[in-house]
Write a new protein. Structure first.
Length: 318
């Protein structure tokens, strides 16, 4: 469930594996909540926590303090949910075997489903299908063809601010680990296959590289937490898990779909919703890094995404 603004309250339900996991989450969040000087309304029932956020001393309305805590709770939830997930260092010899399997399967699975700019970028970057590419050489090719660079991070879930800061500087963060055989179909963390195979080929295209930088610039210009929240959700639902309608077909553009066999198959299921994007959807947009998505957005063009970013800047109070 996503955060919803209901009757001057931000409302969300967090679901855990069991009651103890839910209690641990509350305990882990308390120091940060105290530091913010917030007093959220919690209700715990079995493995679910219902949270209501409103600023009492501002007259029981939603303020920046509430948006700040909403983002903090999301970050804490996603980081603790998968603290036991195993990944492999890219220096591990087994990482090359996993890379090869992922590349081979996604290469076949994406045919007829992904935007043609992906194939063009894959060819230009000459990404090695048989083993992890030489990252220094790949960075050189990326800068040569797109004037972008990668920024190495050890963090499994980067905070929004550094992610968008680097985008504004034409740098995209990449990890230094890869999923294990157990998570071959789906991993709830961005790994190096997602970062390189998922993001970089599309980033080579002139329109995409400008749009990605614009995301970063808009986020950094947003003065209100609610605006940043919308910019982050737009990125997630377009550049990570979005579709573009072209020639009567819904074509994959999101790195999360491009790099995940499980997510790509899920998106083709009759059980998920495909929703045509409109700015009125902003209050309902959510992210699902911990599980397969229940719905996906379809954009009419990349220009529609760009104009949605302009809309965010012009509407600080939505």
């Amino acid at each position: 469930m996503q955060w919803q603004n209901q009757n001057n309250k931000l409302v969300k339900t967090f679901v855990f594996s069991n009651n103890q996991e839910a209690l641990d989450f509350v305990a882990a969040c308390k120091p940060s909540i105290l530091a913010l000087g917030h007093d959220p309304d919690w209700s715990l029932k079995s493995n679910k926590i219902n949270v209501l956020l409103t600023t009492h001393d501002a007259g029981d309305i939603v303020t920046e303090k509430d948006w700040q805590l909403a983002k903090l709770l999301d970050s804490k939830f996603y980081s603790t949910k998968f603290s036991d997930l195993k990944v492999l260092s890219i220096t591990d010899p087994k990482a090359h075997v996993i890379w090869q399997k992922l590349f081979e399967r996604q290469f076949k699975s994406l045919k007829g489903k992904v935007h043609p700019w992906f194939w063009e970028g894959l060819k230009l970057l000459n990404i090695n299908p048989n083993k992890l590419p030489n990252l220094e050489e790949l960075d050189e090719r990326l800068f040569t063809v797109a004037k972008w660079k990668t920024e190495v991070t050890n963090i499994q879930y980067a905070e929004d601010a550094p992610w968008f800061h680097f985008l504004s500087q034409r740098r995209i963060m990449r990890t230094n680990y890869i999923r294990t055989m157990k998570e071959l179909d789906f991993i709830p963390l961005p790994d190096i296959f997602h970062d390189i195979f998922g993001h970089l080929p599309m980033l080579v295209n002139p329109e995409i590289k400008e749009l990605a930088q614009k995301f970063g610039q808009v986020f950094m210009k947003c003065k209100e937490e609610g605006q940043q929240f919308m910019a982050e959700r737009l990125w997630w639902n377009s550049m990570e898990f979005g579709f573009i309608k072209e020639g009567g077909k819904n074509l994959v553009i999101g790195a999360g779909l491009i790099s995940s066999f499980g997510e790509l198959n899920n998106a083709g299921s009759q059980n998920v919703k495909k929703i045509n994007f409109d700015v009125s959807l902003f209050p309902k947009l959510d992210r699902s890094p911990h599980s397969l998505h229940h719905s996906y957005l379809i954009f009419s063009s990349f220009d529609q995404i760009s104009k949605a970013l302009d809309w965010i800047l012009k509407h600080p109070n939505n």
